[in-house]
Design a protein around this ligand. Structure first.
Ligand SMILES: NC(=O)c1ccc[n+]([C@@H]2O[C@H](COP(=O)([O-])OP(=O)(O)OC[C@H]3O[C@@H](n4cnc5c(N)ncnc54)[C@H](OP(=O)(O)O)[C@@H]3O)[C@@H](O)[C@H]2O)c1
Length: 231
């Protein structure tokens, strides 16, 4: 991994490069193709690389909790995070429908119980079905109130939040002004087709200025680190 910006360097200390500021922080991590596709054949794997997986795991090692939308957890067949130097961050899955398979990796292949972040309108039978499988957090009435959910997580000491998508969750977080940082891997390929982009689900265009803080490169993959005005 080489650094191109803010200074050129042939070698990079990744832990230093991705150090997060102290206190509450919401970092979002995505990979996209050069033409902005967020998936290849419906999943993110085709956009990744060894270096991207290294950054992916490093960011997990640095966070207190991994926040992910239920769509991504289902499509990418999420299991628990691996144990890193700071312990094992729980996976917190945001869902209104609570449409989960209790035998999925999310509940079975993990060392820490997942958190399911839902709202009061979620089906009560499905909520009951999660008893013993997940730590269920209710924030909001008809939809998950993400600001309230982040407050609840912070009250538990989970202040460094890493959001791994997907695009609908990212769109909702952006609209609520909750995002501090975006880490974006740009894969050296064009995907074409109907794949979505990293932000989705917004009724109207939402222009969010970003400040470029860092550009790393490895094997044609660009690793961009941006902050929002909030961050
Ligand atoms: N390239 C990458 O880095 C990357 C990263 C992540 C995902 N992806 C791809 O993105 C796709 C999935 O993205 P997506 O946008 O469809 O799904 P998503 O954002 O992961 O999940 C959307 C779901 O999350 C729940 N949700 C989100 N916000 C909510 C709120 N405020 N209140 C209640 N529920 C809320 C809902 O779950 P319920 O339906 O359960 O109610 C909603 O259907 C997959 O193809 C995945 O491979 C790519």
């Amino acid at each position: 991994m080489r650094s191109l910006f803010p200074r050129a360097a042939a070698e990079v200390d990744l832990a230093e490069a991705y150090a997060a500021p102290p206190g509450r922080h919401l970092r979002v991590n995505f990979a996209a193709s050069a033409d902005g596709a967020v998936t290849v054949d419906g999943r993110s794997r085709g956009l990744s690389s060894d270096a991207d997986r290294e950054v992916f795991h490093l960011l997990r090692d640095m966070c207190d909790v991994v926040l992910v939308g239920a769509g991504t957890a289902r499509t990418e067949n999420y299991g628990g995070a691996r144990t890193g130097p700071r312990g094992t961050p729980p996976i917190a899955v945001v869902s209104r429908s609570l449409r989960f398979d209790p035998s999925s990796r999310l509940f079975t292949d993990r060392s820490v119980q997942p958190i399911v972040v839902t709202c009061a309108a979620a089906p009560s039978d499905r909520r009951e079905a999660l008893t013993g499988l997940a730590d269920v957090v209710v924030a909001g009435d008809d939809d998950v109130d993400l600001a309230a959910a982040l407050e609840i997580l912070a009250e538990r000491g989970l202040v460094h939040v890493l959001c791994e998508g997907g695009p609908h969750l990212f769109g909702t977080l952006l609209a609520a002004g909750l995002v501090d940082e975006l880490c974006l891997t740009v894969a050296p390929l064009l995907a074409g087709g109907a794949a979505g982009r990293i932000v989705d689900g917004l009724a109207a265009q939402l222009v969010t200025p970003l400040e470029l803080g860092q550009v790393l490169v490895d094997d044609g993959h660009l690793f961009l680190r941006y902050s929002t005005a909030r961050g």
